[in-house]
Design a protein around this ligand. Structure first.
Ligand code: C5P
Length: 334
């Protein structure tokens, strides 16, 4: 429906409202503006609209609908109208949105193998995650070519140490040009606060993510390290600790994404590993979901490693995951 209307009579106004037309009321032409003949009310409106340069085809449509053939729009006016509100921003393309939200974990043993994989994925993947395996093997130098090629890099070293050491490591990591870094929430409130404070004052700090409960942990593994809470309850406890320390980013399993989204709010960043397309090997991951399901549960980003890196054709595997993500996102983009 149009959102701008010029009201020239009470009858027109009530008819327009009955049709759901809304918008500012523009005053009628003053007495020296001689409306053309035809339907007096409609003609006066069109005459005035044309004079002030209003253009909007949908207004003409609505008026045509309201006045029908018995009150035709005078051909000779042939008015065009401008919209009163700025056009809505274009809707994001679901496939592009999927590309923006997929993080490929480069869990590989050398810089050379990482470079080969990145070359295969180039067009498809914006985000790359460098974790312990590659970082320990290749050192910080492995990051520079990725950043230089325009990739967004997630440095996933999951710091967990005394507050002073973690704060220093966070500062060093932030200087490497990466966009996300991780600390273990289980390091405690003081460690989280120190990590957060280490980024204060930086012009473009990376997103500091608190890892809640690893996706490889199940109740048996948790009990073995003295945690009696369920994965969901432990995730909530750690997330509340992170929020209290001022963090807004978390790593969590897809199983806890929905409740964490509700707890942390729509602005929080939820990075979700444990992603397995239907039929894929689970490996050591326990609390998993498909790409589509993880997005539906409220994940901001999906982290995918072996389903892409160990696939016979990594580019094809990434493409299939992006298509599944795009399909799930289509509902929200349209
Ligand atoms: O190969 P896969 O898809 O299981 O890789 C998952 C990646 O996400 C790994 O790099 C792993 O270190 C990381 N990760 C995780 N669970 C967490 C945090 C990070 O699996 N809670």
């Amino acid at each position: 429906m149009p959102y701008l209307f010029v009201i020239l009579s009470d009858r027109t106004l009530s008819k327009a409202k009955g049709k759901g037309v809304e918008g500012p009321v523009v005053p009628p032409p003053n007495s020296c503006d001689e409306p053309p003949h035809g339907c007096p009310t409609l003609a006066a409106f069109l005459f005035f609209a044309a004079r002030v340069g209003l253009r909007d085809a949908s207004i003409t449509e609505t008026l045509t609908m309201l006045y029908d053939a018995s009150m035709p729009i005078p051909d000779r006016l042939n008015p065009t109208f401008v919209t009163a509100r700025p056009a809505a921003p274009p809707r994001p393309d679901p496939r592009e949105e999927a590309r923006r939200r997929l993080i490929v974990a480069l869990d590989l043993p050398s810089a050379a193998s990482a470079a080969r994989l990145v070359a295969q994925l180039e067009g498809n993947c914006q985000w790359l995650k460098v974790g312990l395996e590659l970082f320990v093997a290749a050192g910080p130098a492995v990051l520079e070519p990725l950043v230089r090629r325009g990739h967004s890099v997630f440095l996933d070293l999951k710091f967990h140490d005394i507050p002073n050491t973690v704060a220093a490591a966070v500062r060093s990591a932030a200087a490497l040009g990466v966009r996300m870094i991780t600390v273990h929430a289980a390091g405690g409130p003081a460690m989280l606060a120190a990590a957060k404070a280490a980024l204060d004052g930086l012009a473009a700090p990376p997103e500091l993510l608190a890892v809640t409960v690893l996706t490889s942990m199940d109740p048996v593994q948790m009990n073995a390290v003295g945690v009696d809470l369920s994965p969901a309850a432990q995730t909530e406890l750690l997330a509340r600790m992170g929020l209290a320390a001022g963090l807004r980013g978390f790593v969590c399993s897809p199983r806890e994404a929905a409740s964490l989204r509700a707890l942390a709010g729509p602005e929080s960043v939820l990075v979700v590993p444990g992603i397995r397309p239907a039929g894929a090997e689970t490996g050591d991951q326990k609390r998993i979901a498909t790409p589509a399901e993880a997005l539906r549960q409220g994940a901001s980003y999906l982290v995918v490693g072996r389903p892409i890196t160990q696939a016979p054709d990594p580019a094809e595997a990434a493409d299939a995951i992006l298509n599944e993500m795009a399909e799930a996102l289509r509902a929200t983009c349209e």
